[in-house]
Structure formats: structure tokens, C-alpha cells
Design a protein around this ligand. Sequence first.
Ligand code: HEC
Ligand code: HEC
Length: 226
Amino acid sequence: MSFGKPGNLSEIRRGEIAFHDAALCFQQWQSCASCHPDARADALNWDLLNDGIGNPKNSRSMLFAHTISPVMISGIRPNAETAVRAGFRFIQFVSVPDETTACVDAYLKALRPIPGKAVNGQESGAAALRGKQLFARAQCSTCHAGEYYTDGKLYDVGLGPDERGIRQFVTPPLAEVWRTAPYLYDGRAESIREVLTTFNRGDTHGKTSDLSEQDIDDLAAYILSL
Ligand code: HEC
Ligand code: HEC
């Protein structure tokens, strides 16, 4: 037996440890997981400086972050690799070896979704199936397109400007949104229903004004099953 010696940990496991390690922070008071618990989102708004000061943004999930580009809701970083390195440097004020950031990339790339349908059993629900058709009819799929439900493009969907005048945001992926409320860049929407109704009065974010109450519920059920 040898105590104190690390075993033969995989790159993914070492990345998971670094992501949760507050020793990798100036004065050791927070880790990546402080704002990204389970590598998802803590539901809070944080005023990071990469898009200016005084305009807090809702935390984001790490799921599929390495498959989309650009990242950050304002698209201020080209990819997740850059964001990971910037996180250590500008949020945790620490310099870590390239080996560590490579392991964090490996850990985050290894994350797998837990689909909403596996959690709340909507897979075979008639509501979610009807909602899937509405997703196309309401033009959601023009931007929330492809395997990750994003086209990676910036749009003004009528929700801005933020406090710094930013109006354009990158289409966010929708997998696992059941676990990332509140929604939109400043977390103003508590539910998917609110995204589709209260905060889409002018059809600037998909065509929802002609949907019935039942349709809205069905579309929300579908989104929550992803
Ligand atoms: C103080 C809270 C906080 C800490 C600590 C933090 N983050 Fe973040 N992170 C955020 C917020 C808030 C966003 C979303 C900002 C935005 O959209 O402009 C974000 C976004 C990201 C993104 C982009 C995700 C995407 O798909 O757009 C990555 C990658 C990321 N963080 C990685 C990390 C890593 C790695 C660490 C540790 C070194 C870390 N974060 C520490 C709050 C934090
Ligand atoms: C023109 C492109 C576009 C269309 C069409 C569109 N979206 Fe979006 N969607 C976006 C953008 C950009 C955001 C980010 C806005 C923000 O964060 O404030 C977003 C945000 C969202 C969110 C919040 C995700 C989160 O994690 O906060 C949901 C849910 C969503 N859209 C669902 C839909 C549905 C359902 C439709 C169809 C009714 C739709 N979208 C149509 C571009 C689009």
C-alpha cells in the first residue's frame, strides 16, 4: 500500500479533479464547480469581465460546450478551449500547466446528457410528440438546428440590449434544458413557458403568437424532453 501517491488516473478523471479543485484559485476560495456544479449551471448571474462590466450573465452548462462555436452567450470566446483557459486566468487568477487545462477539456468533452424524457417520462407522451411538430412549425428549428439544436449564429431575438448595449446572442443548445432554469441570458425566464409567452410578445423569437395554450404546453413539454 502506498498512501498519498496518486493512482493511475485517466485524463478525464484528472480533469474532473482540477475542475473541482479550489486550490487552483488565487486564495483558494472557488473552483470551476462553484458556478458550474456537476459541470452544469448554478442558476445565478455572474458579472464576468469578458463582455464588459456591469452586465451579468446567467451561468452556462458545460454539456456540449466543446462542440459549439462561438461560446459564451454573447459569442465573445471562439471556443470552449479558450474559455477554459480564460476561466483559470481571469476568474480564478491562477496560472495552471497546459496539461491541466487539457485534462479539463477531456473531462468536459466526456460529459453525456441525461435527456429530460429519461427524467420526467415524456418520451412517449403525446404532448411532447405534438410539441416536436410545433417546434418546426414555429420556426424554432431554423436556429435551434442540428444535433445540438444550435446553428452557432448570433441573433437579435428582441431580448436585449443588456446593460452594455449587447443585443445579439448565440443560439444556445437545448439538450438538457430541463435542468438549467432559469433561461435567457439574464435568467429572466423561470420556465420554458415564459420563454415562449411573456418574453416573446412580438414573435421576434420564433412564431408563438398563433399558438393555443395547449400548443404552448405541448411545445414546452417537447423542449423539456430533450
Ligand atoms: C464566478 C462564477 C464562475 C466560475 C468560478 C467559472 N465560471 Fe465558467 N462561466 C460562468 C458564467 C456566468 C458563464 C456564462 C457567461 C456568458 O455567457 O457570457 C460561464 C461560461 C463558461 C464557458 C462557456 C460555455 C458555453 O457553452 O458558452 C466555459 C467553457 C466555462 N465557463 C468554463 C469554466 C471553467 C473551466 C472554470 C474554472 C477554471 C469556470 N468556467 C469558472 C461563471 C463561472
Ligand atoms: C432567430 C433564431 C432563433 C429562433 C427562430 C428561435 N430561437 Fe430560441 N434562442 C435563440 C437565441 C439567440 C437565444 C438566446 C437568447 C438569450 O439568451 O437571451 C435563444 C434562447 C432560447 C431558449 C433559452 C435557452 C437557455 O438555456 O436559456 C429556449 C428554451 C429557446 N430559445 C427555445 C426556442 C423555441 C421553442 C423556439 C421556437 C418557438 C425558438 N427558440 C426560436 C435563437 C432562436
